[in-house]
Design a protein around this ligand. Structure first.
Ligand code: SDX
Length: 391
């Protein structure tokens, strides 16, 4: 009897996750990290300051900032043996596939002496991951283009080091990174740092709730982020703009969207029923970077036309579909010189601090193993049928 097999999940459903890290108001389009508004952080703080706040609860003072920056800088280099791990991949492997493998492999380097019940070990792991992901991300790109890996430099800032490891070669000892690109990269990292209980963060928390190795938990977060409905959308936005081709083809594309043949990538959100505040900052940054670099990218004009049509079209207005963090990010990344294949890797690099902050928060309090509830809608109990009696 069906009634026998359903239950009211109300009393059995797991309570919502409690967290002090990030607050989102989807109706108002508000995003706070430790109480600070995302637009204020993106305009006034460096990414590593935001990392400090996400991890420890508040922005660092001058002394704390100096010490944290040094700790990160001292951990950016990776074990030389890890370089061999890359050689197992085909050169055309997607960099996200490489990141899943390599970050997961870090759990094999730091498993025997890692005691996650020790807050010091947990903190060292968090700083180690924040420090190493830019190096591993740059290595995944260098491997794909057949260039030698570059080592991080002690005299470079975090975002500067990442762009240096991405684009410099051993033959350019005096390679300088354009400060405009460094500032834009740092701001993009901040805009992707954390976003409450999104799919990938929930994945990290669920994996972490079993007591699994934290490096392996972050690899699980990278897997979840890779999907085009989540972090893979920034790459999908550029592919969509390429498919549309020109402004005069926008109306035709929008009709395909309304017939539900395709989605408007970079639009819509599980929580925001208003503008994603990150999209606003991203668009301003887009204008700044392209202006400073003197780039007139037709894709930006196309994206703005798409946005303008969508924001005035009842189909989108009724469904409260607005641009999200992924809509403009790809255009800036392209202007910085980042290949499309690396867009989601950048998202994973920046979100590592959010993932490990939530993992740390969970482990610093009493917690139970995660167990999402289900509503059973299958067959009621029935008698076994021997093979020779089955129809
Ligand atoms: C991220 O959770 C997070 O916080 C994620 C993230 C983070 O920082 O971690 O913010 C990062 O993942 C941003 C989202 C990136 N994804 C994309 O841009 C892909 C395109 N977006 C869609 O796939 C979609 O909007 C989702 C997956 C983001 C949300 O899907 P939902 O929750 O199903 O959307 P909804 O319930 O608001 O949909 C309402 C209606 C539906 O149509 P109807 O059934 O009512 O007719 O809007 C439609 C949907 O089909 N719709 C879209 C659409 N998104 C929703 N129609 C066209 N294009 C879209 N993008």
């Amino acid at each position: 009897k069906a009634g026998l097999w359903t239950y009211d999940p109300g009393f059995m459903a797991t309570a919502p996750v409690e967290s002090k890290i990030t607050y989102i108001d989807g109706e108002k389009g508000e995003l706070l990290h430790r109480g600070y508004a995302i637009d204020e952080l993106a305009s006034n703080a460096e990414y590593l300051e935001v990392c400090y706040a996400l991890l420890y609860g508040d922005l660092p003072n001058a002394e704390q900032k100096q010490a944290f920056y040094e700790r990160v800088s001292n951990h950016m280099a990776v074990h030389d043996q890890l370089r061999k791990f890359f050689e197992g991949f085909r050169r055309d492997a997607h960099p996200m596939a490489i990141m899943v493998g390599v970050v997961g492999a870090l759990s094999a380097f730091y498993h025997n002496h890692l005691d996650i019940s020790d807050p010091k070990h947990r903190d060292n792991t968090a700083v180690d991951l924040i420090a190493k992901v830019p190096t591993l991300a740059a290595m995944s790109y260098k491997y794909s283009i057949g260039e030698p890996f570059m080592y991080p430099r002690k005299d470079f800032s975090y975002a500067e080091n990442f762009l240096y490891m991405m684009f410099a070669t051993p033959g350019e000892p005096d390679y300088k990174v354009d400060p405009v690109l460094v500032k834009a990269m740092d701001k993009i990292f901040t805009l992707h740092a954390d976003h409450e209980q999104n799919a990938s963060t929930s994945t990290v928390r669920l994996a972490g709730s079993t007591g699994a190795n934290p490096y392996a938990c972050i690899a699980a977060g990278i897997v979840a982020l890779w999907g085009p409905s989540h972090g893979g959308a920034n790459e999908a936005v550029l592919e969509m703009l390429d498919e549309i081709g020109s402004v005069d083809k926008v109306e035709e594309f929008m009709e395909k969207v309304k017939r539900k043949e395709v989605k408007l990538m970079g639009f819509g959100h599980r929580v925001y029923r208003n503008f994603d505040p990150r999209a606003k900052v991203m668009k301003e940054t887009c204008d700044e970077v392209l202006g400073a670099l003197g780039i007139n990218d037709p894709k930006l004009e196309l994206a703005m036309k798409l946005e303008q049509i969508a924001l005035n079209d009842p189909y989108f207005v009724e469904r409260k579909l607005y641009p999200n963090v992924d809509f403009y990010s790809g255009i800036i990344l392209k202007a910085i010189g980042i290949p499309t294949s690396m867009f989601t890797v950048i998202f994973a690099l920046a979100r590592t601090v959010g993932w490990i902050s939530h993992w740390t928060e969970m482990h610093s309090e009493a917690f139970k193993i995660g167990r999402p509830r289900q509503r059973y809608t299958g067959e009621t109990h029935r008698k076994f049928v021997p093979l020779n009696e089955r129809k």
